[in-house]
Design a protein around this ligand. Structure first.
Ligand code: ATP
Ligand code: MG
Length: 652
């Protein structure tokens, strides 16, 4: 396409030339080391997904139609019946794997629990009976508001067993956020805990749950898990101790056969762009997608791997890659309750060493924090059990990728940078580690079965360069819509480009056809007529040895349209001057990408799931009142930045 025809696509500035082919050692035992899966899926994607569904899962009734597609509504494996908890538990126990460890749980204070598949199976059946005993029937919604304790998985699987969709709310959310989500879902029962451990202290959950129930109108019973041992008030007749109900519950609860299209759960997005949406996920399609991706993206070997996904179960990553995908594959995994810096900054590496973790899946925000703390922390531990690393949640800056590769992966572990969303249910764009040559910062290619394309404003395919990331074919794990708001579903994802799902993210395609996800399209800056993605400028800043993390926004500017404003956090005690950083950006990606202003800050505003919230930084940079801050992890961070922006003259 001629340059003059291009209007609103994104300039591609960053040139990353390092490549990492799968190591021979890794390839030797890899499930996929060639292009066969890609070839099979591209010749018949529906047939490919059907093969995955029948090979990876047990169905009690066969489906009659693979896909019914009436945009934006997809139905997968129509007519089929299965139960998700039976696929995650019963079939492993029936196959003689009852003694296999399902969860190595580690509490923040250092207490541990080892839970086998047989034990999990027994607890889930008991809790399913508890739910029934409290009046929960198939189709009723159950809210779950728990710390990272095994009971969170038990509660989710028990809901799945009886066909009651769950809505998990991250335990760090306020009572108001919980109340809003309870009301939106019209949930009948709430599962919570007295409290949990965080940064060495017990944080109380039950009082927040009480407040939320007082503010909302549909909860009939609260089940309370004892964890924090903090004092709580129990309302007679409404509130019940988990351990008391479990002691009396019947040990057997047969799994309810569910229709493939029945609602498995509701989950609210993390709220980076605004008001969270209640995303609906189905039974058969969702489980097929997460089981398949867990197996192939993580090259999962059930007999030898110890999997650790560090996400909280309150996010989609915890749903898909702690509970459903790994358990359907019969995985042994680590579940950790607390923060990465308690009691020391090496807690994660201590856990990896202790449980001989082989696959580690974490977020770029965590990796950048580890960079800030320095390579001496992981160096204290033997990380040689690791054989594969993964990331999810945000674009990973190439330098953070290199740090992960060097200091955690010992230069031997492939890295899978996985792009997906709450709405997609499971991983969409990612390397297959035994088959794909990776490039630091690129999620590489759509996984077999998924079709993605970058297009320009007019909907034309961008063969090379930046544009809008779209999905061109329905996939089994795709959301079945926004709870209670079918129009918002169509408007948000399907109306911008005809026939396509628009993810809201920008991406570029390089000369080799690799996808580079550039972050949200709303964050793209317009500087003197150039459309520049914030993530490329951030990556340029992070490539300076003194910088751990950077957030970049475009602020209105009378001369250039928008001016680039950067907020920078340094590594450890490193220091660097503003001019040096500006010159470094010019050097890395060009003069056009030089920030006009750079602020140094000890922290950046992030959502509770750890993502940088550039929307708020734009408000700060343009001197506006802050918009919605309720999904922010720590609101004082933006207050401080606002104070600096008004009190100190910017360093230009
Ligand atoms: P909301 O939709 O409420 O604003 P959110 O988009 O942060 O919140 P999630 O569904 O948790 O909620 O996040 C999905 C988004 O995270 C993607 O759209 C993308 O912007 C970003 N993302 C996830 N993984 C990657 C990745 N590997 N590379 C780049 N970006 C990623
Ligand atoms: Mg989103």
């Amino acid at each position: 396409m001629a340059d003059e025809e291009r209007r609103n696509d994104i300039d591609a500035l960053l040139a990353e030339h390092r490549t990492f082919p799968p190591p021979d050692e890794f390839k030797r035992d890899a499930l996929v080391a060639d292009t066969d899966l890609y070839d099979e899926a591209s010749s018949d994607d529906e047939g490919f997904w059907a093969r995955q569904a029948s090979e990876l899962l047990d169905w009690t009734t066969e489906w009659t139609t693979i896909l019914e597609w009436d945009l934006p509504n997809a139905k997968w494996f129509v007519g089929g019946e299965l139960n998700v908890s039976a696929n995650c538990l019963d079939r492993h126990v029936d196959a003689g794997l009852g003694d296999k460890i399902a969860i190595h749980w580690e509490g923040e204070p250092g207490d541990t629990r080892t839970i086998t598949y047989a034990e999990l199976h027994a607890d889930v059946q008991r809790f399913a009976n508890v739910l029934k005993g409290l009046g929960v029937a198939k189709g009723d919604r159950v809210n779950i508001y728990l710390p990272m304790i095994p009971e969170a998985a038990v509660a989710m699987l028990a809901c799945a067993r009886i066909g009651a969709p769950h809505s998990v709310v991250f335990g760090g959310f306020s009572s108001q956020s919980l109340a809003d989500r309870i009301d939106d879902a019209q949930a009948k029962l709430l599962v919570t805990a007295d409290g949990g451990y965080r940064r060495g202290d017990v944080f109380a959950l039950k009082p927040a749950a009480d407040e939320a129930v007082a503010k909302s109108s549909t909860i009939e019973h609260i089940v309370v898990v004892r964890r924090g041992e903090n004092d709580v008030e129990m309302v007679e007749g409404r509130d019940h101790w988990y351990h008391e109900l479990m002691a009396e519950a019947d040990a057997e609860c047969p799994p309810e056969p569910m229709d493939s299209e029945d609602l498995l759960f509701l989950l609210y997005t993390s709220g980076t762009t605004g008001k969270p949406k209640g995303i609906m996920h189905s039974t058969g399609g969702y489980l097929t997608h997460v089981t398949y991706t867990h197996k192939y993206v993580f090259d999962f070997h059930p007999d030898t791997d110890v999997f650790w996904c560090t996400a909280d179960v309150g996010w989609v990553t915890g749903h898909s890659y702690i509970v459903y995908g790994p358990m359907a594959n019969g995985a042994t995994q680590v579940m950790y309750e607390g923060v990465p810096n308690h009691p020391g900054n090496d807690r994660f590496w201590d856990i990896v060493e202790k449980y001989k973790v082989t696959i580690l899946y974490t977020a770029p925000t965590a990796i950048r924090t580890f960079m800030k703390w320095g390579p001496e922390e992981p160096a204290k531990h033997d990380l040689s059990s690791l054989r594969l690393l993964g990331t999810v949640g945000e674009p990973i800056n190439p330098e953070a990728w290199m740090w992960y590769h060097t200091h955690i992966g010992g230069e031997r572990c492939p890295i899978v940078d996985t792009w997906w969303q709450t709405e997609t249910g499971g991983i969409m764009i990612s390397p297959l580690p035994g088959a794909t040559t990776t490039k630091p910062g690129s999620a590489t290619f759509p996984v077999p079965g998924v079709s993605a394309e970058v297009i320009d404003d007019a909907g034309r395919t961008v063969e090379r360069g930046g544009g809008y990331l779209t999905l061109t074919r329905p996939w089994p794990g795709m959301t079945r819509g926004i709870w209670g708001d079918p129009e918002r579903f169509y408007d948000t994802y399907w109306s911008r480009f005809e026939g396509r799902y628009f993810a809201g993210d920008g991406a570029r395609v390089d000369d080799d056809g690799y996808f580079w996800v550039l972050g949200r399209i709303d964050d793209v800056m317009n500087v003197s007529g150039h459309r520049i993605s914030t993530s490329e400028v951030e990556s340029a800043l992070v490539s300076h040895p003194a910088v751990a993390e950077a957030a970049v926004v475009g602020a209105n500017d009378p001369t250039s349209g928008q001016a680039i404003i950067a907020y920078v956090t340094t590594r450890g005690s490193a220091t660097v001057g503003v001019e040096e950083l500006r010159a470094h950006c010019a050097d890395q990606i060009g003069a056009i990408a030089k920030p006009k202003t750079i602020y140094f800050t000890p922290d950046l505003p992030k959502t509770r799931s750890g993502k940088i919230m550039r929307r708020l930084l734009r408000d700060v940079a343009e001197g506006r009142n802050l918009g919605d801050t309720t999904t922010l992890a720590d609101a004082t961070v933006v207050d401080e930045l606002q104070r600096r922006a008004t009190e100190t003259p910017p360093e230009e």
